[in-house]
Design a protein around this ligand. Structure first.
Ligand code: ADP
Ligand code: MG
Length: 386
């Protein structure tokens, strides 16, 4: 992987491309979800943290309506668009994310006009770490400030959700952008997806002698299609049959009765969401009490629930989780929407090399492409760099 450009280098590159200096440089992180999967659109609880991998944007507003966009990734060249004629049908590739944000702002009545934007990101793409929201959150933080829009985090969360749902076409919730916008170093974000209520919870793995390893299986996932939307639909079906507004309103004690009211598949989908919400609450309690070393069994139980009840894992994710655990991780689970992407393994620093080697070897033996394994730490949310 090439090293990310620092803000000075990014501004210099911007100037050589656009012939003027940027008004500033902003960054927003990707995220790892510690626990709470597919609970967000059920108005439940999630516990993600912002990671030390970020999208950075150098931006200046223009006096006309021209938009010029360039990423340091790939050789895609400059994309030009017109702020007065944004269209989800003609936007292509990564430019859907910044253009979607500008479109969502316009839908709220904010005309920022044209801009020049250069993106550099070291958030792995399509690995379940939300490289797309990192871009959107960096862009909205920049434009909010430059255009003096005065949006707070709550507004920006909703605007980026609108961008993903209605411009990009991915039916995602509010977790990823909340983590990216509200995250803080050494903490995870306990988020109630019903009302955006949130609280930072200490997650200082480092001080506890632990490291969070991300194991990117390189099995590509796509939220815009298939399984994700199908699971979403199952949850709505379950909530309807149980007569509640959302599965958030079903408790552990209701599961026995629910089993008699739902078909077996819908029941298992519901059971995942209900037990996962409870695991999030338990994890928060443990982090605020005993600390990160105590949450391993909850991570393991979350994975089992996603594998067996929600059926969103895949053989590569299951292997990564099992092998990490037997090589010394205190807990491991797939993270993100599923069907590929990444697993996380909360690992004692002393066992890190062992876990990395064991997972690599197991993938070789199984004939899978080599996974990308790297450590992440809970880091700051979106901010201005320069
Ligand atoms: P995830 O958000 O889990 O990483 P998505 O499919 O939602 O996966 O978003 C990945 C997309 O984000 C990529 O296909 C690409 O369009 C865009 N993207 C991410 N990082 C960059 C980058 N540095 N340059 C250009 N596009 C990027
Ligand atoms: Mg995404």
């Amino acid at each position: 992987m090439t090293l990310p450009l620092d803000s000075g280098a990014l501004a210099a590159r911007f100037e050589s491309v656009f012939g003027a200096s940027p008004a500033g440089v902003w960054q927003a992180p990707g995220r790892v979800n510690l626990i709470g999967e597919h609970t967000d659109y059920n108005e439940g609880f999630v516990l993600p943290f912002a990671i030390d991998r970020t999208a950075r944007v150098a931006v200046r507003l223009r006096p006309d309506s021209t938009i010029r966009l360039l990423s340091t990734f790939g050789n895609q060249g400059l994309t030009t668009a017109d702020a007065d004629a944004l269209s989800r049908d003609t936007a292509r590739g990564w430019t859907k994310y910044p253009l979607g944000v500008l479109w969502a702002l316009q839908e709220r009545g904010l005309q920022a006009g044209g801009l020049d934007l250069l993106l550099d990101s070291d958030v792995p793409r399509g690995a379940g770490l939300s490289s797309s929201h990192a871009i959107e959150c960096a862009v909205i933080t920049a434009v909010n400030e430059l255009a003096g829009a005065g949006l707070d985090a709550r507004d920006m969360v909703l605007a980026t959700q609108r961008a993903e749902n209605d411009f990009v076409g991915a039916p995602t919730g509010i977790m990823d952008q909340s983590a990216s916008l509200r995250g803080a170093a050494g903490h995870a974000l306990f988020l109630d997806c019903r009302d955006q209520g949130s609280r930072l919870v200490p997650f200082d793995a480092e001080s506890a002698g632990l490291v969070t390893l991300v194991i990117d299986t390189r099995v590509s996932h796509s939220h815009a299609s298939g399984g994700y939307a199908e699971r979403h639909a199952s949850c709505e079906l379950g909530a309807g049959a149980l007569g509640v507004r959302a599965l958030r309103d079903v408790g552990l004690a209701d599961l026995e009765e629910a089993s008699g009211l739902l078909d077996p598949v819908t029941f298992r989908r519901v059971r995942h969401v209900v037990t996962e919400n409870d695991r999030v609450l338990q994890t928060v309690q443990l982090l605020e009490g005993s600390g990160p070393g105590a949450i391993g069994p909850l991570l393991d139980a979350s994975h089992a629930s996603m594998r067996d009840d929600f059926e969103i894992s895949c053989p590569e994710l299951d292997l990564a989780v099992e092998v990490s655990r037997s090589a010394g991780a205190v807990g491991a689970r797939m993270t993100g929407g599923g069907f590929g992407g990444s697993a996380i393994a909360l690992t004692p620093v002393a066992a890190e090399q062992q876990v990395r080697a064991a997972v690599g070897q197991a993938f070789r033996r199984a004939g899978y492409p080599a996974p990308d394994i790297f450590a992440v730490r809970p880091a700051a949310g979106a901010m201005r760099l320069a």
